[in-house]
Design a binder for this molecule. Structure first.
Ligand code: PMP
Length: 442
């Protein structure tokens, strides 16, 4: 029998032709290649959003894990429930009570990080072309998920007090007038990624009211809510509207991201769909990780660990704000985060953060250009700086280097007029790196 042969090259071409339409939105960030260079030790990376877990007592975690395997290994290493471990779901209710949420363990779906919760919610609600309203700017990992389900993201402006209610109202009216279906509003009310700001209490009430009137579901993404530097955690949106809000939480920032344990709290009918979608995706979230988190919450002083994290991040935030005040040229502005990981910097007029990035990396400092956080190409005048990972000394040095690059960029513009100034060639190939995932994604 004659079986037609094809060269490996043509087979690969065929695969490209066969990809589903939804893969068109799955593109690597343009700046990802640059981050391979940026993860060299001599570069101060203010780009990555990785939690700093140096402050975690590894001996205590090791004891917890050893005891778990010795005493309950046959359960911990087995498949589990699609909805997640019941004991952990009860403990999650205790954690959320800190933000005013009264939930029942049955309302909770445990997920593989809150990133999987984002994926499940999007899978359950979005048909291609449906509209998602999202803050401008917004979390890059959420935008990637939305793109992979072919959603149409419409951005809503925000300022130092979070999402602007009037803009939300206008967006709802305009999208509906254009005959499109809005499926939900996606918001990060606390210590926003990438802006670092919080939605004020007054705005929370107004946003809830607007969405209730417009019959619009809210997805409240809250991985940073317990990482405020002053005072008590803010009241969650979910605390004031259990039927209108799906709340997403995570242990990535309050314990450890490598365990990949997050959760969604949803109105009952939605919760059922989330569990079915989760089972189709991963059968069950990892039992071993869930039981590790559960044992940690039960046996370790997790509240004081969160306090330790807060103090560490506050010191780093202070170092960054102080360095920005001292070093940045006039015309540069930035947000003043009261928690979380990020500062949002806006450049003097006419400068382009993406065009400037190769020069910055050559000067051994990296950041994420603002365009990464918009679905529509805006954001070129801004950048996200993370203060979570480097030491305060490295943060100061990084901001100093960045300020020099911005000042030089301004001088070049003064000499040669507008247009982005050419970056010098980047230094040779990157050395192998252990940074994962792409720091621009976190
Ligand atoms: N939402 C936001 C706003 C985030 O910043 C992140 C991670 N950086 C996530 C969700 C996902 O976190 P995880 O999957 O680790 O819970």
């Amino acid at each position: 029998m004659n079986v037609p042969q094809s060269s490996p090259g043509s087979r690969l071409d065929n695969y490209v032709d066969r990809y589903a339409a939804r893969t068109a939105g799955m593109t690597a960030s343009e700046v990802r290649a640059l981050f391979a260079v940026a993860s060299r030790p001599e570069v101060v990376s203010l780009a990555g959003g990785m939690p700093n877990i140096d402050a975690l007592p590894l001996d205590a975690v090791a004891d917890t894990v050893a005891r778990l395997v010795a005493e309950r290994g046959t359960v911990a290493l087995q498949y589990g429930s699609g909805q997640g471990d019941e004991t952990l779901r009860g403990q999650i209710c205790d954690v959320m009570r800190l933000e005013g949420i009264e939930a029942h363990p049955d309302d909770i779906t445990v997920t593989v990080g809150s990133q999987q919760a984002l994926d499940l919610v999007t899978r359950v609600f979005i048909d291609p072309g449906d509209v998602i309203l999202a803050e401008a700017p917004s979390y890059v990992g959420a935008l990637s998920t939305f793109a992979s389900y072919q959603a149409d993201v419409v951005h809503v402006a925000m300022d130092e007090d979070g999402l602007i209610p009037e803009h939300l109202e206008n967006a709802i009216t305009a999208v509906r007038a254009a005959g499109k279906r809005i499926k939900f509003l996606y918001t990060i009310p606390n210590f926003h990624n990438p802006m670092g700001v919080c939605m004020s209490a007054e705005r929370r009430a107004r946003v809830l009211e607007i969405c209730r009137r417009a019959d619009l579901l809210i997805i409240e993404d809250n991985p940073y809510g317990l990482l405020g530097f002053d005072g008590e955690p803010m009241r969650a949106l979910r605390a004031d509207d259990a039927d209108g809000v799906v709340y997403l939480g995570s242990f990535s920032k309050t314990f450890a991201p490598g365990l990949r344990v997050g959760w969604a709290v949803a109105p009952h009918a939605v919760r059922e769909k989330l569990v079915l979608a989760a089972e189709a995706s991963v059968l069950s979230p990892p039992v071993f990780s869930q039981m590790t988190v559960s044992a940690y919450l039960e046996t370790q002083p997790w509240r004081s660990q969160i306090k330790t994290y807060r103090e560490m991040y506050r010191e780093r935030r202070d170092a960054m704000l102080d360095a920005l005040r001292t070093c940045m040229p006039p015309g540069t502005s930035w947000t003043n985060p009261a928690g979380g990981f990020f500062v949002w910097v806006t450049l003097p007029e006419g400068l382009d953060a993406k065009a400037m990035l190769p020069r910055a990396v050559t000067a051994r400092v990296a950041y994420v250009p603002g365009t990464a956080f918009y679905a529509d190409g805006f954001g070129a005048s801004s950048m996200r700086l993370s203060f979570c990972y480097p030491t305060p000394e490295r943060i100061r040095e990084g901001v100093r280097r960045l300020a020099t690059v911005i000042s030089e960029e301004l001088e070049l513009r003064a000499m040669f007029g507008s247009g982005s100034t050419p970056g010098r060639a980047l230094p040779g190939p990157a050395s192998p790196t252990t940074q994962a995932p792409g720091p621009d994604l976190a």
